[in-house]
Design a protein around this ligand. Structure first.
Ligand code: ADP
Ligand code: ZN
Length: 599
């Protein structure tokens, strides 16, 4: 193992292994198969990169995304590791050169797309060289039920049949049990050792706020907490993506858009901008994200409700891969609940699918409406044994909501639904309850029914929160015609009869959590340190541009922070800094010392 640690320090410049990395590396290096389940940012790549260097021969890494492969290889080159990609983006000439290198035994890691790997030509090629291991990245792509399904992944079982003596490692950040089981079955990993890490992402702060005006709420959030940071904003529809991106740009932010309806070129242009430049905001549908391994995404914002906790976890998980503080922020309102329910109702899918979708949505809604720690809820949803009551880093823990007895108000709301014939949406119902004489109220003579004006004492905003929660709780549902008309459910009967009290969350004050923000070191900088930090960033941007790589490939923010904090003045001191390996010391040591001594 000391050899692995040596490589970690010398080549990658990291002082210690994280979580289960050391165990995984030892197991694989000794020739064992394994399945590694680690959250995003957990450090999966090192689990096969170090064994690739320790074992004889080339490590073949299967990855579904061309951009991702290229990024990994670029980062490895920066570290002085011999690695290559083989995929459809190469010219014939380039591909031949890679193949020759491979045959000459000059390649330690080869990244291939699954369809290329499965060709007779490629399988034949690698039968002539010693193979260190097979790594199957994003292994959840074998799952037919997941949205990242890749048919070629299923055929990857051929690797074991053709090369039974070569150890295999499958890796994924997908947390749910069903997918795990599917990976094991489809890839024939029944005897593989399974390494499960906690899926907690302690550096991510979860926050779900009541939706009032999502755009201005978003802007306020970005301005207050992330004025110059990279982030992702998820919206449900393509139209909303475009409008939101344009609007943020008008407000002076560096926002770009991404959705599957855009033409290929614009899409990849925007993606490149997001990956390479500092502080770009990507506004996107969920088509964007898989395989995006940008480590310094500081926030993920949702303007619409995700369909499931799995989706929410995966999307928010793209924040803070580098382990530094990050925010997962979402606005959520009655409209979201109605919209998601309607989408399930109206989908063409068969009954079984609708049932599953409904169950997943219910779990998501209860995460939104919870009055206990969001993190603990999520972890226990994924089957983790939860030991603590609170995490101290979600909105619930930082600003616990009050609960109030809303039985009477809910009864008023439900009977108003009943008296108006169960054919109206929340807006009109609230008008009736509050006694607003609108045209619609007059037209339907709803000023003459017994529930007219019985809810005057509660402001409209609070009524909306009441309706949102009772819809989320399943006390009201929408009709299948999809006009947002609410009607009673089986469950509402007991409430109307007064047999059951209803406790609801108090409308949370839109208090800013930033005051209670984690002590991000940046904020604690004095002027001198800030100047040094800026200078290092400028230098990094220049080098990255010269090399044609994203800035984080040169050095992570965490390395720059450490440089500012420790101010190393000699090469020996520099070597102690996390993220500075021999190769980078060689290339950049001189520049860095000049900057560090100059200030
Ligand atoms: P994953 O693929 O699991 O999402 P990565 O392999 O991309 O995660 O690793 C996330 C980040 O953490 C990378 O920037 C990586 O360099 C860094 N990292 C991984 N292992 C360590 C470690 N032992 N010490 C410090 N940083 C690490
Ligand atoms: Zn919490």
């Amino acid at each position: 193992m000391s050899e692995a640690l040596h490589i970690l320090k010398e080549i990658f410049g990291y002082p210690a292994f994280r979580g289960q990395q050391a165990e995984v590396i030892a197991h694989l290096t000794q020739g064992g198969d394994c399945l590694v389940l680690m959250p995003t940012g957990g450090g999966k790549s090192l689990c096969y990169q170090i064994p690739a260097l320790l074992r004889d021969g080339v490590a073949i890494v299967v990855s579904p995304l061309i951009a991702l492969m290229q990024n990994q290889v670029t980062a490895l080159h920066e570290l002085g590791v011999s690695a290559a990609v083989l995929n459809s983006s190469l010219s014939l000439q380039e591909a031949t050169a890679v193949e020759q290198n491979l045959l000459a035994g000059e390649c330690d890691l080869l990244y291939v797309a699954p369809e290329r790997l499965l060709t007779a030509r490629f399988l034949n090629l690698i039968s002539h060289v010693p193979i260190a291991l097979f790594a199957i990245d994003e292994a959840h792509c074998v799952s037919q039920w997941g949205h990242d399904f890749r048919p070629e992944y299923i055929q990857l079982s051929v690797l074991h049949e053709r090369f039974p003596q070569v150890p295999r490692i499958a890796l994924t950040a997908t947390a749910d049990m069903e997918t795990r089981q599917e990976i094991i079955e489809r890839l024939g990993l029944n005897t593989a050792r399974v390494f499960v890490s906690s899926f907690d992402r302690p550096n991510i702060r979860y926050q779900i706020v009541d939706k009032t005006n999502s755009r201005s709420q978003l802007l306020a959030f970005i301005q207050a907490e992330h004025p110059a940071d990279a982030g992702i904003v998820y919206c449900l529809s393509r139209k909303k993506v475009e409008e939101t991106a344009a609007w943020l740009a008008e407000q002076g932010l560096r926002a770009v858009a991404y959705h599957a309806g855009m033409d290929m070129q614009d899409r990849s242009l925007n993606q490149e901008k997001f990956l390479r430049e500092d502080g770009v905001i990507m506004v996107a549908t969920i088509a964007f994200g898989m395989g995006i391994d940008k480590p310094d995404v500081r926030f993920v914002a949702h303007l619409d409700l995700p369909k499931s906790v799995e989706g929410y976890y995966q999307e928010t998980g793209r924040a803070g891969r580098d382990g530094q503080a990050a925010n997962a922020w979402m606005v959520y309102g009655l409209g979201d609940v109605i919209q998601q329910r309607r989408m399930i109702e109206e989908s063409e899918a068969h009954a079984k699918f609708k049932q599953v979708a409904t169950r997943k949505l219910e779990a998501m809604l209860s995460l939104c409406e919870t009055i206990t720690c969001r993190r603990m809820r999520m972890l226990s949803y994924f089957g983790e044994a939860v030991t603590a009551q609170s995490c101290g880093n979600c909105d619930i823990c930082l600003n616990p909501p009050k609960v109030w007895d809303a039985t009477i108000e809910v009864q008023k709301a439900l009977s108003c639904v009943y008296r108006t014939g169960q054919t109206f949406g929340a807006g009109h119902l609230i008008d009736v309850l509050r006694g607003n004489l609108t045209d619609r109220v007059k037209e339907w003579h709803h000023d003459r029914i017994s529930t007219f004006g019985i809810g005057k004492d509660l402001p409209e905003k609070n009524w909306r929160a009441v309706f949102r929660q009772i819809v989320a709780l399943g006390l009201l549902t929408t009709d299948s015609e999809g006009h947002g008309a609410l009607h009673l459910t089986e469950a509402s009967r007991a409430i109307l009869k007064g047999q059951q009290p209803v406790l609801l969350r108090q409308q949370s004050k839109p208090e800013r959590l930033s005051d209670k923000r984690q002590a991000v070191e940046l904020k604690a900088f004095d002027d001198n340190e800030r100047a040094l930090w800026e200078q290092l960033r400028v230098w990094r941007a220049k080098i990255a541009k010269e090399h044609g790589v994203p800035a984080y490939v040169i050095f992570h923010d965490s390395t720059l922070l450490e440089l500012v904090r420790l101010r190393p003045q000699t090469e020996d001191d520099l070597r102690q800094v996390t993220g500075v390996g021999v190769r980078k010391l060689d290339k950049y040591g001189h520049d860095l010392i000049e900057i560090l001594c100059g200030i």
